[in-house]
Write a protein that binds this ligand. Structure first.
Ligand SMILES: N[C@@H](CCC(=O)N[C@@H](CS)C(=O)NCC(=O)O)C(=O)O
Length: 210
């Protein structure tokens, strides 16, 4: 059986959890704090980041977009990528955008840890990316039920997990009022069992990071 190294707030790990669930692939969930010295993450990923999907041969597969592609190629049914080439590229574009928003939230989280030495310029830059990224998500998803085409795909995984992460780590941004259609879309996604079973929440980090 697969094992997945995951963290409770991680949007990247949640992408993989949702893909595994939607594909009906059983896995053992290993919840860790990637920043703490006790984590198994560096044993499997020299970049020391989770998620890591560990195979039965004890091989670590890492980087959420790569894991999703790996799963799609090895376990094509049910597909999480659309069939049409332009639709595939649109779903991947959404993933790039949403991962970028999450990256900006992570950078904000750690900059805020610096307390009195934190940089307002750096925080403003990340905030622009987050706000601009969500504005673009709202534009790209529009009023559709699914982000791409008429079925659930990687596009929905990307947008839904990024928006879920904002609720945990960047709650001061009220994107729900700014983009009520995006909010309604996110609420529909949250009803899916794969989303409901992986609702993110904060973790206690014990080691010093920055
Ligand atoms: N681009 C990576 C990002 C993964 C990532 O940043 N994971 C965080 C947890 S949410 C982590 O493990 N960070 C530890 C570190 O950067 O050293 C992916 O999509 O998998």
């Amino acid at each position: 059986m697969f094992k997945l190294i995951s963290a409770t707030p991680s949007p990247y790990a949640r992408k993989v959890r949702i893909a595994l669930f939607e594909k009906g692939i059983p896995f053992e969930l290993a919840t860790e704090v990637p920043w703490d010295s006790g984590t198994q993450t560096p044993k499997y990923n020299p970049l020391e980041k989770l998620p890591v999907l560990i195979t039965e041969q004890d091989e670590g597969i890492y980087e959420s977009s790569y894991i999703l592609q790996w799963l799609e190629l090895k376990y094509p049914e049910p597909p999480l990528l659309p069939r049409d080439v332009d639709d595939i590229l649109f779903a991947r574009k959404l993933e790039v955008l949403c991962d970028g928003v999450c990256d900006a939230v992570v950078l904000t989280f750690f900059e805020r840890m610096r307390k009195e030495t934190q940089s307002p310029e750096w925080l403003a830059r990340q905030r622009r990316k987050i706000e601009g990224g969500v504005r673009e998500m709202a534009r790209l998803v529009g009023e559709r039920r699914y982000a791409v085409g008429d079925t659930f795909t990687l596009g929905d995984i990307a947008v839904g997990t990024a928006l879920g992460y904002l609720r945990v780590r960047f709650a001061e941004f009220d994107w729900m009022s700014l983009y009520p259609k995006l909010d309604a879309y996110a609420a529909r996604l949250d009803e899916r069992p794969s989303f409901a079973n992986s609702v993110p929440y904060p973790q206690t980090i014990r080691d010093k990071i920055v």
